[in-house]
Design a protein around this ligand. Sequence first.
Ligand code: PEP
Length: 248
Amino acid sequence: MADKILLANWKMNFVEPKAYFDAFADALGESSLEGVQVGFAVPYTMLASVYAHASSSYTVYAQNVHERESGAFTGEISWPLLESLSISGSLIGHSERRQYFQETDAQVAKKLETTLKRGHQAVVCIGETQAQRERGETFSVLTTQLTPLLPFLSEDANCLLAYEPVWAIGTGLSATSEQAQEVHGWIQDFLQANGKLRGGIPLLYGGSANGGNLEALLRQPDIDGALVGGASLQPLDFAKMALIACSC
Ligand code: PEP
């Protein structure tokens, strides 16, 4: 496993892959990203092109995958349909999927199970809303989200968890490094209390991470990387973040 992990989430935005990766490589110059796993979660229609233009040392992810392998699920995409595309894995249970497409905790667990069974990496997103945080429900919400995942989270499971407080996503209002560490430490405690190896599952932070706050976040003991939306759309910004991750 890399020392730090930096995953881009391009959401439903068009990015021209060749121009992006040319500019990304120019911005890195001679610098090596050794010790950092850099990956890109992109729209389905861009997976092949991103794979073709990205350096072979970067990983490519879908942003969602159906829990079943085939069937009458119009508009959905399954692992057997993605497997011709040389991708590493998929985001699962992003808060936008939960919020706008009513994905449930049980469905997220099923997607995790299918993803691991098919031999791919799962990046499972969890996090509380602003209202839940204000009501003091952060840890009970996380308990509810994490509990159905537990049967699949063995220490050798090809899985990352991303703590993404919903109030920080796309708002420019990142959690402070102390707030994020408090929750990441709690997640590791929760996993350990449930028989998992502490630190066995890498934990990413997501929510308005950018070149200005990334270093403080990554210097926290239980933050293994970041999932980055808005700031990953500009190759120069994201290259700067990759270099910061390298130095942490
Ligand atoms: C995300 O979409 O997972 C995300 C973290 O977005 P942003 O960085 O824009 O908050």
